[in-house]
Design a protein. Structure first.
Length: 75
């Protein structure tokens, strides 16, 4: 794999003074993530489970547009 083909990702997360609230950042995007109300958290922002499922859903929707994978045997 050529060096130009390697993708690197960076994400930061920081706790806040509010129990169950985390600030996350990647590139120039910033999100507030709240734990669910059932756990005593604010529950006002997207929850970790919702954020995870949104990421999986976006990956599944964008994957077909990527270059098709070819195994060594099919070359």
């Amino acid at each position: 794999m050529a060096q130009a083909d390697v993708r690197e990702y960076s994400v930061q997360a920081a706790s806040t003074d509010t129990f169950g609230r985390v600030l996350t950042s990647t590139r120039n995007h910033h999100l507030v993530v709240d734990g669910p109300v059932q756990n005593g958290c604010p529950g006002e922002a997207i929850t970790p489970a919702e954020l995870f499922l949104a990421g999986v859903g976006n990956w599944c929707r964008s994957w077909p547009s990527q270059k098709p994978y070819r195994s060594a045997e099919s070359r």
